[in-house]
Design a protein around this ligand. Structure first.
Ligand code: DGT
Ligand code: CA
Ligand code: CA
Ligand code: ZN
Length: 572
């Protein structure tokens, strides 16, 4: 059980208690516990009861629940609560903008138990008639239902990674000599994954029994000797395929996909007199196997360099591999700095020194502290005076000998009209300015384009933060002319951010590649809000690889001195 799985169960307990109208203190305790679990740096499952109780916010009851979840995969209390309601009630809770209070009202007043019930109630106008709901809430619910249909069955890359990693570890413990690897969209690093595909080779057939017996399996969808599918908690479907070691490479290739890449590759094989499938590459003439054990050999026999999985989307990679022109993709290890993070001055959880320490542990050479500005009142955003004081204290820490270099920056709000939230002389006195949109998302295409262009035109802006504002599976990008923004960034020397927050990944792979092709430089930034938040850099690196980025396209691969010189403010 990893921490996120534990957190999910604790959060569901809190939600169910809230639907029941239970004691608010108890509800808060579980919700707190879920947050603590989700953010804790160590695996809670490996801690003893007494160690758990040493964590502030975790009392006797919570510690006992966590131990039970760690040992059995669930808590009796959780199961009992679920049993009090129709099992579909959790689907309602997972809708965007529908909290436990709403679910409770809908269930009690209208006997809404399923998403279909909810759809009917909303369409019939029964929800607006309820006290405390109204037409606005009804419209919100209809929108959430529509979005849920659009996203059904897809999961964030990081969630898919954690679930798959747990399965791989579980299987590996039972078959230590086998090779067990995630394939499919997860191996390609896609921003969302449908199901999890796991490939095992060199394992006994009994591994299938282990797989379907995995403690998080909710339902077995299919059980076969070479392929099984299960539904695991958290809504994932997982497929396990067992292949013989002679076929491992061909199977890796085939099940990594993408489908479009495979089709293009198979066409190339046919053109060269081969037949390609998940068992190997065979001559058409006499069905002789020419490659199968190693993925490299499959590509090689087809006259191609080995293609990194992130590129396998039929976006020109086969042509590039044939011409020995594949990019030297940027790697997490190439990142030397992280230029977007928050501290306790605004909505971060840790102070500047702690963030610097975390950066040092993460192997970074330089960072920028970029707290929010005053428009974000909810986050206690900085006004000019506080921004300058904060900068002075950051620079004092930077001056401490021998450490990670620390730049004094801000994440400055872009106001609805495109003006920046802080005065120019203040912004000009800082080391780096990330400019971002955090409000008025509903402007039309032209307004939003003009707004961003005006912000980029301000010479104090070094980088545009999370440029499209999307939240994956939650909120679409705001409408604007991405071509115009990329061109302006290229012309003005503004960098575009690849924000690494797991539900942002903004820019995405396609837009980052567009930016690269137009000569814009990217910055891969964590947007960390605590010392545990730097680990997300790996997801941004994955997006960058899918965007064909090489180190030279990414500003924070430079040395500190080169990086500073490359910033827009220092280029004139
Ligand atoms: P997902 O699950 O929607 O995130 O995307 P994938 O790419 O993981 O797709 P999935 O799970 O349906 O299949 C895994 C891989 O298996 C896929 O990337 C390529 C291969 N594959 C599946 N179906 C076909 C097919 O009909 N033709 C070919 N050539 N390959 C296929
Ligand atoms: Ca898949
Ligand atoms: Ca699959
Ligand atoms: Zn932001």
């Amino acid at each position: 059980m990893d921490n996120l799985a534990i957190a999910r169960i604790l959060r569901e307990i809190a939600d169910l208690l809230e639907i029941k109208n239970d004691n608010p203190f108890k509800i808060r305790a579980y919700r707190n516990g879920a947050d603590i679990a989700a953010n804790h740096p160590h695996q809670l499952a490996s801690l003893e009861s007494t160690e758990l109780r040493d964590i502030p916010g975790i009392g006797k009851d919570l510690a006992a629940r966590i131990r039970e979840i760690a040992e059995t995969g669930d808590a009796t209390y959780h199961r009992e609560l679920i049993a009090e309601f129709p099992p579909t009630i959790l689907d309602l809770l997972h809708l965007q903008g529908v909290g436990p209070k709403t679910v409770a009202t809908l269930y009690r007043e209208l006997d809404v138990r399923t998403l279909d019930d909810l759809q009917r109630a909303a369409t019939d106008g029964r929800i607006r008639a309820l006290r405390g709901m109204g037409a606005k809430k009804e419209a919100l619910i209809l929108k959430a239902l529509e979005e849920r249909k659009r996203h059904a069955g897809r999961h964030l890359l990081s969630d898919a990674h954690h679930s798959a990693a747990a399965i791989v570890t579980f299987l590996h413990d039972r078959a230590p000599d086998a090779t067990i690897e995630p394939v499919g969209s997860l191996r390609r690093g896609c921003e969302t994954c449908g199901d999890l595909d796991v490939l095992a080779s060199g394992a006994l057939p009994s591994l299938m029994d282990d797989f379907v017996g995995y403690q998080l399996v909710e339902r077995i969808l299919a059980r076969g000797d070479t392929k099984s599918s299960v539904l695991i908690r958290g809504g994932f479907q997982a497929d396990l395929r067992l292949v013989t070691p002679e076929c491992r490479g061909a199977a890796m290739q085939y099940f990594t996909g993408s489908k479009a890449h495979n089709i293009a590759l198979r066409d190339r094989a046919i053109g060269l007199g081969f037949k390609l499938n998940e068992y190997g590459l065979f001559t058409t003439a006499d069905d002789r196997c020419v490659a199968g054990e190693h993925e490299q050999d499959v590509y090689k026999a087809l006259g191609l360099d080995w293609i990194p999985p992130e590129l396998r989307e039929a976006r020109g990679e086969i042509e590039a591999a044939a011409a020995n022109r594949l990019p030297r993709l940027v790697d997490l290890a190439d990142l030397r700095g992280d230029l977007h993070m928050h501290s306790t001055a605004t909505d971060g959880r840790d102070d500047v020194r702690t963030m610097v320490e975390a950066a040092r542990e993460a192997g970074l050479e330089y960072i920028a502290i970029t707290d929010h500005t005053k428009s974000l009142a909810m986050a206690n955003g900085l006004d000019e005076r506080r921004a300058l004081e904060h900068a002075a204290s950051i620079r004092a820490i930077d001056a401490e000998a021998g450490g990670v270099r620390v730049l004094a920056g801000v994440e400055c709000d872009i106001k609805p009209d495109g003006a920046l939230d802080l005065a120019d002389d203040c912004l000009g006195a800082l080391d780096l300015v990330v400019a971002s949109v955090h409000s008025a998302f509903n402007q039309d295409h032209q307004q939003m384009t003009d707004r961003l262009l005006r912000a980029l035109a301000n010479p104090n802006v070094d980088v545009l933060g999370h440029p499209t504002g999307r939240l994956i599976l939650k909120r679409d990008p705001y409408p604007f002319d991405i071509d115009a923004i990329v061109d302006a960034a290229a012309q003005l020397g503004v960098a575009l951010e690849i924000n690494c927050q797991v539900d942002r990944l903004d820019l995405n792979d396609i837009h980052a590649r567009l930016a690269r092709d137009r000569g814009v430089r990217l910055m891969i930034s964590s947007d960390a809000h605590s010392r545990h938040g730097l680990g997300v850099l790996r997801w941004g690196a994955t997006v960058a690889r899918r965007a064909w980025l090489e180190p030279q396209h990414v500003l924070n691969t430079l040395s500190f001195e080169e990086f500073r010189a490359a910033l827009r403010r220092n280029r004139r």
